[in-house]
Design a protein around this ligand. Structure first.
Ligand code: 13P
Length: 251
């Protein structure tokens, strides 16, 4: 079985001024990393270049929270993968549930964004997750398999090498309600099975699957102890240097 390097990623969403972003990245640079995790932060676009500049030479990598599917053009307010990369992003979060539900990113749109990120060598953090209604209707695995199938359509294991999956149950995001470690493990195992069936066991074994949804300093240890949980995608507590530092240095 492949040993997978853990990933601890912070999604800053629509938070932080330039000064706040700078202070946070500076604090994280000295926060330690006892598990030798890959540490990633995803600032908003206004702070991306600044944070990337300040993170240079440290162990922290920088992601953008989305990209447009075109490289340039008349798309007022959008940011292209070329621009995100130019600003210093190495990773791109795609398909976050807030993008899906608030901004209407469909599987088809996400499939075009996947193409855009791949074209420019941005490592994709592809988010999937079910709503509470879908979970209660026992549709969780079917919904997630559909998101993976349609969002990643047309790409081979070779194309998607290094991609990261983030399982974020919609009902657990920003609600303080975390999936139990068993619930997370069950879905992570199903995602790994999907990857094995589609791209082969070697690909599935090597792929990091992150859990996101109310990850806190107080629950990260038990979540990270699950065999198929390879990391965390953190929202609220990623904005607090001391909390995020504890999450990076999970036990
Ligand atoms: P919270 O950690 O605030 O629940 O957010 C999770 C998330 O959406 C990370 O992308």
């Amino acid at each position: 079985m492949t040993k997978r390097t853990p990933i601890i990623a912070g999604n800053w969403k629509m938070h932080n001024t330039l000064a706040e972003s700078a202070a946070l990245i500076e604090a994280l640079k000295t926060a330690g990393n006892k598990n030798n995790a890959e540490v990633i932060v995803a600032p908003s676009f206004t702070s991306l270049a600044k944070v990337a500049e300040l993170a240079k030479g440290s162990h922290i990598q920088v992601a953008c929270q989305d990209v447009h599917w075109e490289d340039k053009g008349a798309f007022t307010s959008a940011v292209s993968p070329v621009q995100a990369k130019d600003a210093g992003a190495t990773h791109a979060i795609l398909g976050h549930s807030e993008r899906r539900s608030v901004f209407g990113d469909t599987d088809e749109i996400l499939n075009k964004k996947v193409a855009a990120a791949l074209r420019h060598g941005l490592t994709i953090i592809f988010c999937v997750g079910e709503t509470l209604q879908e979970r209660e209707a026992n549709e969780t695995i079917a919904v997630i398999n559909g998101q993976l199938e349609n969002g990643l359509k047309g790409y081979s294991a070779e194309d998607l090498k290094g991609m990261v999956i983030a399982y974020e149950p919609v009902w657990a995001i920003g609600t303080g309600k975390t999936a139990t470690p068993e619930q997370a493990q069950e879905v992570h195992a199903a995602i790994r099975q999907f990857l094995a069936d589609k791209y082969g066991k070697e690909y599935a074994d090597a792929t990091r699957i992150l859990y996101g949804g109310s990850v806190k300093d107080s629950n990260v240890d038990e979540i990270m102890a699950q065999p198929d949980v390879d990391g965390a995608l953190v929202g609220g507590q990623a904005l607090l240097a001391d909390k995020f530092a504890r999450i990076i240095n999970f036990n």
